[in-house]
Design a protein around this ligand. Structure first.
Ligand code: SIN
Ligand code: MN
Length: 293
């Protein structure tokens, strides 16, 4: 999939591109059907909503689930990002976010690169998010909100929020959000929410400021996020477990375009369980008393 000059210009200006219905219902179903079993697992890689059993985010399914292993090597996701970054990519993070009916909690305003810089020491913003909707996304089930053009600000001030939800995030304060939204058009386009059928794809810049509200509707809003990083820009610190911030910087080789519907061998290194090393962090090494605890 080759991006057009108009798409390249739009990405540069707005910081995201939306591809409604890019994956067919048959392709999307191969992924959606695998989610309940993955979410039922009592594993560290399933982070549940605060005080609830509903899964907020599942990490690293491309390492142990065949359909998601294929998605992580899909040319429709990898191709355009390779084109935009002009380099081979590795998988920095892979998540399946639940945002389940009635239970799905907010994602506070943030830039993903803020977290990758502060936690993982990723040198520059040469990384990108690709989202695939596994459910239809509408105005009721907590769609993503973007501030168009906010990626042009580079890395903005953020604070480490450890309490609002079950998942720590470097978040942007309300005053700055007010300014960024105003600059992007205020009530006229200062916030946009791409909505569309399951199988739609969004590509967004790692500095684009985004958030999503809670899901009070009876409709699940499951979505997959690939965070793809240019190989030369790999992280320099292993502060977070490997299932959250990957440490294998091998360039991704794509499968054929029909991979979700056909049988292709796919390497699943964590198929029989995740290794103990994937839970270790560099912080364990520098604070031995924590390791002993
Ligand atoms: C994210 O920003 O990583 C997730 C946002 C969402 O799923 O709504
Ligand atoms: Mn994010």
């Amino acid at each position: 999939m080759q991006l057009t000059p108009e798409q390249l210009e739009q990405f540069d200006r707005e910081g995201y591109l939306f591809f409604p219905g890019l994956f067919s219902p048959e392709e999307t179903r191969t992924l959606t059907e695998a989610v309940p079993e993955l979410y039922s697992r009592r594993e560290d890689y399933n982070v549940r909503e605060k005080g609830k059993d509903a899964v907020r985010t599942n990490f690293a399914a491309h390492m142990y689930s065949e359909p998601f292993g294929k998605l992580g090597r899909h040319p429709r996701m990898i191709g355009p990002v390779e084109e935009l970054l002009g380099e081979k990519l590795y998988m920095h993070q892979f998540k399946i976010n639940g945002k389940m009916a009635f239970e799905g909690d907010v994602w506070q305003w943030h830039q993903d690169y803020g977290t990758w810089l502060n936690d993982d020491m990723m040198p520059t913003e040469r990384a990108m998010n690709v989202a695939i909707f596994l459910d239809d996304v509408n105005e009721h089930n907590g769609p993503l909100m973007f501030i168009p053009g906010s990626h042009k600000k580079g890395v903005v001030d953020a604070k480490h929020d450890l309490t609002t939800t079950s998942y720590p995030l470097w978040t942007v304060d309300n005053q700055l959000i007010r300014q960024l939204v105003q600059r992007a058009g205020g009530k006229n386009g200062g916030i946009v929410s791409p909505k569309g059928p399951a199988g739609s794809m969004i590509l967004f810049h790692s500095c684009l400021v985004h958030a999503s509200g809670s899901n009070l509707s009876p409709f699940d809003r499951v979505a997959v996020y690939l965070s793809l990083c240019a190989v030369s820009n790999h992280i320099r610190r292993f502060k977070r477990p490997e299932y959250i911030a990957h440490r294998d910087f091998t360039p991704i080789e794509c499968l054929p375009d029909d991979c979700l519907l056909q049988n292709y061998p796919v390497d699943l290194p964590w198929k029989d369980g995740i290794p103990a090393t994937a839970l270790q962090t560099s912080m364990d090494e520098i604070t031995p008393e924590r390791k002993a605890a």
